[in-house]
Ligand binder design. Structure first.
Ligand code: GLA
Length: 388
């Protein structure tokens, strides 16, 4: 959908001839560094060309009206600036409501309401961060409509707060950060403990990053995700009795091996091992990219998937089937699940000239194992949340 279509939809929905302002916030993929953000480690995400569009205008009263082209059945969802508490009946609209709620709580002045139409082209439940995308697009809508000056990192942190406190998923900062700070043809290496970050050029001559959707919805994602987080917190608490660390991201592989015996539960030890090794892999991945060693980069991606399957146990039959099929294809540098796991998407680095055969072969193998098709999209790494 382009700005013209979005404007027309806005005018139809709100029965007006006013011209709204239009905005976009991307989704994200994560190249490597999975389930490390809330463990004080590094992540390496990039924002993509799929995302959430918004068309918005300011109102003169205190009313907020939201409409999503993706959920026409919920109609226009209406509330007041003074009524921003979470309400189950408001469904998807809790994300923009939550964002506005936390902007107000952070002291920003939103003197009147707004009408906003959203349209997302991120496949639903695909693990490409559609929720962080709608939070961040709401952030840039508010920033522009009310002429606010919001520090971008602060906006990102407020988005995370919406997830953690308002929606109730104890997620880390990666998604909002990737979406808020994304840069065309670059990935972002982020230290989630300090929020120091650096852009790394990510344009692979002769290769395409394919996003492959398992088309399995991530239904239990929230509860399983929170469970993993608790397991890592328990492992950290055990380790802190033996060594003075602030997070699992502080440990090298050797330090982990020397201290792991103090982690009481076997399962917690496995989860922590993933967090520590994955963080180190992410740092190595940056080095191999800098050295233009794409083969090594791909190997690290593969190791990441294996660790997420064996130690972190968040892949599941569908993601494993996809990634294993991708590994078998000629010329593929690497493939792994991306995002939280439990369904959602995988990514693979595929030679440009093999994209068609890759798609056909992987889908055939996937359908044989799982019984339905996967969907394939070439990733375009694009800019972060912005006014159009
Ligand atoms: C989800 C969360 C992120 C991150 C990933 C796993 O996308 O929102 O904070 O933890 O899972 O790496």
């Amino acid at each position: 959908m382009d700005s013209v279509q979005l404007t027309k939809t806005f005018q139809d929905v709100f029965q007006t001839t006013d011209k709204p302002t239009t905005f976009f916030a991307p989704g994200r993929i994560n190249l490597i560094g999975e389930h490390t953000d809330y463990n004080g480690g590094h992540v390496f995400p990039a924002s993509i060309s799929f995302g959430t569009y918004a068309a918005a205008r300011r109102r003169n009263d205190q009313t907020l009206r939201f409409y999503s082209v993706n959920f026409p059945e919920t109609g226009i969802i209406e509330t007041q600036l003074k009524q921003l508490n979470y309400q189950e009946k408001d469904q998807w609209a809790n994300y923009p409501k939550g964002m506005i709620n936390y902007l107000l709580k952070d002291g920003h002045n939103l003197p009147s309401g707004a009408d906003i139409v959203f349209f997302g082209d991120i496949p639903n439940g695909a693990g490409l961060s559609s929720s962080a995308s709608i939070e961040m697009v709401t952030g840039v809508v508010a920033e522009s409509l009310y002429d606010l000056s919001i520090d971008r990192i602060k906006m990102i942190q407020l988005g995370q707060k919406v997830e953690n406190e308002y929606i109730g998923v104890n997620s880390g900062i990666m998604d909002q950060f990737a979406i808020g700070m994304g840069k065309k043809d670059h990935a972002i290496l982020l230290d989630c403990q300090t929020l120091e970050y650096a852009y790394a050029p990510f344009k692979l001559e002769g290769y395409v990053v394919m996003i492959i959707n398992t088309n399995k919805r991530r239904e239990l994602a929230g509860s399983k995700y929170n469970e993993r987080r608790t397991e890592c917190e328990r492992a950290l608490a055990d380790l802190q009795k033996a060594t003075p660390i602030e997070s699992l991201g502080d440990l090298t592989e050797e330090q982990f091996e020397a201290n792991k015996h103090v982690i009481q539960k076997r399962i917690d030890r496995k989860r922590a091992r993933h967090a520590v090794y994955e963080n180190q892999r992410t740092l190595k991945a940056l080095q191999s990219l800098k050295a233009n060693d794409l083969e090594q980069f791909g190997k690290l991606m593969n190791q990441s998937h294996i660790s997420l399957r064996q130690d972190y146990e968040v892949t599941g039959k569908e993601l494993d089937a996809l990634v294993e099929a991708a590994w078998e294809q000629p010329g593929v540098l690497g493939a792994r699940m991306t995002g939280a796991g439990f369904g959602g998407c995988a990514i693979a680095i595929v030679p440009e000239e093999n994209v068609d055969s890759f798609t056909e072969n992987v889908n055939k193998l996937y359908r044989e194992q799982v019984g339905y098709d996967a969907t394939f999209y070439p990733a375009a790494i694009s800019d972060g949340a912005r006014k159009l």
